[in-house]
Design a protein around this ligand. Sequence first.
Ligand code: PLP
Length: 455
Amino acid sequence: MINSFKKMFSVESEPVNTTGKPDICREKSAELYEKAKTYFPGGVNSPVRAFKSVYGTPLFIEKGDGSQLWDADGNQFIDFCCSWGPLILGHNHPKVREKVIEVMQNGMSFGAPTALENELAELILKNNKLIEKMRFVSSGTEAVMSAIRLARGYTKRDKILKFEGCYHGHSDSLLVKAGSGLVTFGETSSAGVPKSFADETIVVALNDKKAIEAAFDEFKGQIAAIIIEPVPANNGLLLQEKAYLQFLREICTQNGTLLIFDEVISGFRVGFEGAAAYYDIKPDILTYGKIIGGGLPVGAYGSSVEIMAHVSPDGGVYQGGTLSGNPVAMAAGIAQLTELLRSNFYRDLDKKTEEFVSAIQRFATARNYKFKVFSIGSIFWFAFTDQEAIRRADEIDASSMELFKKLHRELLNRGVYLGPSGYEVGFISSAHTKIDLEKAKRAIFDSLEVVFGGK
Ligand SMILES: *Cc1c(COP(=O)(O)O)cnc(C)c1O
């Protein structure tokens, strides 16, 4: 999300298609896009959708079913974007659809408690030993924004520390990027964020213990929370070492600083209990989104009984929402999470992903392509690099995104849909069949050959 956002104004002339297959028809999408541009800034309701860093008109989607996606021109794709993560069961899963329809018969929203909120909370809290109490909100952004406020209210401190290369939604204190230097106050990464807000956010590079130590030296007793994506997956897939995450846990404890794991992507993805359980590290506050709502708008944050007692109306940290805990959205969440709790769900999904990515890696390695597939659980990222690991945002070669742009076009022409930015990760759902993955692999092999000029 971060980099697509940065690059939204870098429109270039479209390259002529000289390789691979002819381009798919985008006539209807183009028509819809022209109209959309008169309604919405850039023709979209979220910047990355505008296809600014890949070739061509954004595709307008008409339908999704299982692993498949259809656009307005009738093109069909195997989808590896999966709505940017929420659809771990694929599109239009019958259990989710049926539960939503059933609950909808009773009305859409009451602004009053329903049993469905209890049901989803119980499902989560009974199966997640990291949190004791939670709050439902309507997006990941809202969950993180609320978690930050809670951390500040609880610690009575103002500063937060975040990492360059992690995305936490678009609330003001988090639209902040690193300046130059080891430990910096952030510079705003969006117009409209007051500098004084950015001054409360310290930004450091990932995977750098010295920078964290320096920040705690410089701002002793002032840092309310460190917030991190334990599986940074919004600016490439910057997998961190467990020892580093453990170090963050320890230094937070030593300094009375709360550790927030933003698990909006990794929650319910790398296992039901997310990255915290995967790495066996207990953060103080966790945030969720994406998968938790089964494709409808739900976010959540959770913590210990003691910390959550600070949230209103029990405590002084205000946070509310007209549509929070919306019954239809809760229904989708209940149906989806119920499926995830079936035995071997994650084992099967992860195994399928592992086979998929290792076959692609073998293909690329055998041909000496400068290409790596990084992955964890059912998340993968294609990187045009020969580095063994990429753990920091500044280790990504920005010029390699030109190659992604080519790959994206070739893949669309072969019926494979990836999110329209090389900084974005891909997702595999339980709806992706062996046959889908076989087909996708072949398309990826052929596309890589075109991109690397082997054919
Ligand atoms: C997607 C995402 C968010 C923002 O969630 P929205 O629902 O888009 O507001 C926050 N944090 C992380 C880690 C995310 O991946």
